[in-house]
Design a protein around this ligand. Sequence first.
Ligand SMILES: NC(=O)c1ccc[n+]([C@@H]2O[C@H](COP(=O)([O-])OP(=O)(O)OC[C@H]3O[C@@H](n4cnc5c(N)ncnc54)[C@H](OP(=O)(O)O)[C@@H]3O)[C@@H](O)[C@H]2O)c1
Length: 248
Amino acid sequence: MTSALTILITGANQGLGFEAARHLSKYAHIHLLVSGRDSVRLSEAVSKLKADEGCRAVLAEVVMDVSDDESIKKGVASVAGILNGKALDVLVNNAGMANEAAIPTLGLRAVLRQTFEVNAFGAACTTDAFLPLLKKSAAPRVVNVSSTAGSLATISKPDYTFPPLIATQYAQAYGGSKSALNAFTVALARQHPDIHAVCLCPGYNATSLNSYAGTMDAKDGAKIIVDYALTKKGVSPGFYNAAGELAW
Ligand SMILES: NC(=O)c1ccc[n+]([C@@H]2O[C@H](COP(=O)([O-])OP(=O)(O)OC[C@H]3O[C@@H](n4cnc5c(N)ncnc54)[C@H](OP(=O)(O)O)[C@@H]3O)[C@@H](O)[C@H]2O)c1
């Protein structure tokens, strides 16, 4: 266990986080902390991972709602207990949501708030809370699951079209929250040069977040998350998709 790489993935009970956990669960040297906000859904997901053929990693469950500071605090305590003095090497901030369709009923401010709470503030506050455990690592890394929709350089091009889910008259909430996540990542990398921090876009995957309208299978989309979780890749701060570097 001394050579184990410890990796925590938030929002890993379904979608890209789950598929990333499934890939990572095949490696015997990995101590994988699978996180989700609902204990029942999380346990079901971890049971599936354990039952999957070739599961060789050590798996643990961490209940954590990234929009709730008390829950994050409990999550940190739980991880500290599980790791028992060991470092957290890699934090994958994957938990995310989109709810643009609700803007006409809930209002723009409400949807901006709920989206930023999870996608931007959630990732920033989770990272901040895990800093003491990350700093115990000889080579700590933060992998933030962002989106091309948060790339200002990309979406400001006249030929860019938003994915159908957020191509309503309002596209500010989801994309804006990912731009904020990117900004937080750059700030983190500058403030903590010892932490290697990257943002990733996994592509347009069929998951619950987009009512399964995505064109990729999450099993494939998750591979970039796996690549950057397994080894130190790219520059910090950097923004990548499967084809290479993305402009901020
Ligand atoms: N799908 C795409 O095309 C696409 C493209 C670019 C980026 N992304 C990003 O990829 C990440 C994963 O999304 P996905 O597509 O796999 O969607 P998904 O299947 O809906 O998974 C989202 C995960 O985040 C969790 N989550 C939501 N709010 C949370 C909270 N407050 N605390 C903790 N966990 C929370 C969900 O938990 P519950 O199951 O409890 O709801 C779920 O496990 C997100 O950051 C998303 O923005 C997705």
